[in-house]
Design a protein around this ligand. Structure first.
Ligand SMILES: [Zn+2]
Length: 232
């Protein structure tokens, strides 16, 4: 087993939506991690009061990272001139079925018939930023508009007329461009070409999350991989 750390350095705001909404106010909210209880001091007419509050920080699920990575890995495997041993199943097949005869893509990223060698943990806010985000949340404990995110308005476009639909203004939450990092675990041993291939395909990943049409979720340097405790 090998453990690496990966980093996502965003050049634009990012939204990986949770499916949660606040009726009539925020249509799509970003994913937030497990609850952490913090003490909040708020001034009142009778002096400061102390309350406990649940706080959750934005994160990016590993499945979102892995999905984009797999897409670029597949494209790279379909290109010419790769070293021997890096192969992909025929383009008319969605995945390999025989566990003893897996292509590079199915071996590393898994297939419906075979577990993935690569585990991508969720990307959390970089440690240096967590304090900052926690302070923002403490200053303004608002359950609807989170002070650590931005609200991005958008409109829905009719597929038929290509014009803006009436009454379809929406608001999405987005995390400002910051750094997230998470764990990568590789069960089993990679050969040299597989390791180079994984790192090369990771560096190609251009963006993560929703709303690419307005340039959101753009990455600087793709998924950046460092061996644990080491440099890139
Ligand atoms: Zn395959």
């Amino acid at each position: 087993m090998t453990e690496w750390i990966y980093t996502l350095k965003f050049r634009s705001s990012v939204s990986v939506f949770s499916g949660l909404a606040v009726a009539g106010l925020v249509d799509r909210m970003v994913m937030r991690n497990h609850k952490k209880i913090v003490t909040v001091h708020s001034p009142t007419q009778n002096g400061e009061v102390e309350t406990e509050q649940l706080q959750k920080l934005p994160f990016i699920p590993g499945s979102s990272v892995k999905g984009r990575w797999r897409f670029f890995a597949e494209r790279l495997l379909q290109s010419n001139g790769l070293p021997d041993g890096l192969i992909i199943h025929k383009s008319n097949k969605p995945s390999c079925k025989d566990p003893n005869n897996l292509c590079t893509l199915c071996k590393l990223f898994g297939s419906p018939a075979f577990p993935s060698m690569l585990f991508v943990g969720q990307a959390e806010l970089d440690g240096t930023l967590q304090d900052h985000f926690e302070k923002l949340l403490e200053q303004n404990p608002n359950p609807v508009v989170h002070p650590d995110t931005e609200l991005r308005p958008g409109t829905a476009i009719s597929r038929i007329t290509r014009t803006t639909l009436k009454d379809h203004l929406f608001f999405n939450e987005a995390v400002p461009p910051v750094i997230f990092s998470g764990k990568l675990i590789i069960n089993d041993t990679l050969n040299d070409n597989e390791e180079k291939f994984l790192k090369a395909s990771a560096s190609l990943v251009d963006r993560i999350g929703g709303r690419k049409s307005i340039g959101m979720g753009a990455l600087d340097g793709g998924i950046r991989i460092a061996s644990k405790g080491g440099d890139r």
